[in-house]
Design a protein around this ligand. Structure first.
Ligand SMILES: C[S@@+](CC[C@H](N)C(=O)[O-])C[C@H]1O[C@@H](n2cnc3c(N)ncnc32)[C@H](O)[C@@H]1O
Length: 362
């Protein structure tokens, strides 16, 4: 057997290191299926990565198809990644939990991203039914396999493609609905192999292939994105007065989320004494920081001396863009904005998540 043949010969689940970690889902992709997946790529990659590479079966198929591409592998299972490194000429191998910040902190230097991302992520939901992607889509809650996709997709280079083998449940289930909407509104997303049972020996699960294509959006995180973000300023309001003590104030007073209505400020509340608290200047855009709301609560501050804000409101300013344009952008990307609101009780957004959304939106 030649070195290349040796490298690309498939390792089955049974040849993996022990079975003491069933949560890892070591259902390694059979060689024919791995070939089928990489043959569905329509770009010619300079670099290929698998963030849950196991012993490297998907990367072995990539090596066969694109012998000159740089191959990168990560897997939380250090023994599996060692085996991948022994059989494949990897440019880099890592062993980190892809759904933990350890991987991503280390990776912020990878500004250009990868031209092809291959994934056959773990599917099982044993330890938790709800998972949180890291990075740009951290406002989402979704299944484990979808959390891998939503975390991985931000590492696509401009014009790159992500090819994933996923459980068919992710096409219809409620938990992944928002993730599906975000993918569809942001990328070109295609089911390139219909759902089918029996593709993985020993796993009673229906799977399909998904292809996600970046158009010409810049990769994340890029230096220009960071520079762009410096043009944004987000102010969080500071006034907090219990409902029982709020008195309507006519035209002067502080603004709470209840006063953001139909694109304007319907009412304000009286200050107990002197006016105080953070002011959103004229031309900034207000939106609730907490709670479920409609796009009519996105409101432009028109008053020359600004508005005093409740701590449930955020104000957004941009150093160059026309405020009306920002308001329109927020409204036209409203369903995506909602996905950046997270939390176990009332949904809320942090300033960091809002910055991430603004970076995404532009
Ligand atoms: C279904 S196997 C696929 C392996 C390989 N991509 C293939 O197709 O042959 C899933 C892999 O995900 C890895 N894995 C599970 N949880 C992980 C995590 N949090 N971060 C990185 N890898 C993980 C497992 O160790 C396992 O190798």
């Amino acid at each position: 057997m030649s070195v290349l043949e040796d490298a690309i010969s498939t390792m089955s689940a049974s040849s993996s290191v022990g079975e003491e970690r069933p949560d890892l889902d070591r259902f390694y992709t059979p060689s024919l299926l791995a070939d089928e997946l990489v043959n569905l790529a329509t770009v010619h990659p300079s670099s290929v990565v698998d963030f849950a590479a196991g012993t490297g079966n998907l990367l072995a198929a990539a090596l066969k198809k694109w012998p000159n591409a740089l191959l990168y592998a990560n897997d939380v299972d250090a023994d599996a990644i060692k085996q991948a490194g022994e059989r494949l000429p990897l440019a880099e191998a890592r062993s980190a939990d892809f759904l933990s910040s350890r991987f991503h902190v280390h990776n912020t230097g990878e500004a250009q991203g990868w031209s092809i991302i291959l994934l056959n992520p773990p599917f099982s939901q044993r330890e938790a039914p709800v998972h949180v992607p890291l990075g740009r889509h951290s406002g989402l809650r979704c299944s484990r396999s979808m959390a891998f996709v939503m975390t991985a997709v931000q590492y696509l280079s401009a014009g790159g493609q992500l090819l994933a083998i996923l459980p068919s449940s992710t096409l219809l289930n409620k938990i992944d609905q928002t993730a599906r909407e975000v993918l569809q509104s942001t990328y070109s997303v295609e089911v390139v192999r219909e759902p089918a049972y029996g593709l993985f020996e020993g796993a009673d699960v229906s799977t399909y292939f998904l292809r996600i294509s970046e158009s010409d959006r810049p990769a994340f995180p890029s230096v220009t994105r960071k520079a762009d973000l410096q043009s944004w300023k987000i102010i969080r309001g500071s006034i907090s007065i219990a409902r029982a003590h709020r008195r309507n104030a006519g035209t002067r007073g502080w603004v709470h989320t209840t006063g953001l209505n139909q694109g304007g400020i319907s009412h304000r509340y009286e200050f107990p004494g002197q006016a105080y608290g953070k002011i959103a200047p004229s031309g900034s855009i207000l939106l609730p920081r907490v709670g479920r709301f409609g796009s009519d609560k996105i409101v432009l501050v028109e008053r020359d001396d600004g508005e005093h804000l409740s701590d449930c409101i955020l104000a957004i300013q941009h150093s160059a863009l026309d405020p009306a344009v920002i308001a329109d952008l927020l409204k036209s990307n409203f369903s995506q904005l909602q996905t950046f609101y997270g939390g176990t009780g009332a949904p809320y957004i942090t300033r960091d998540r809002l910055y991430a959304f603004l970076a995404e939106m532009l």
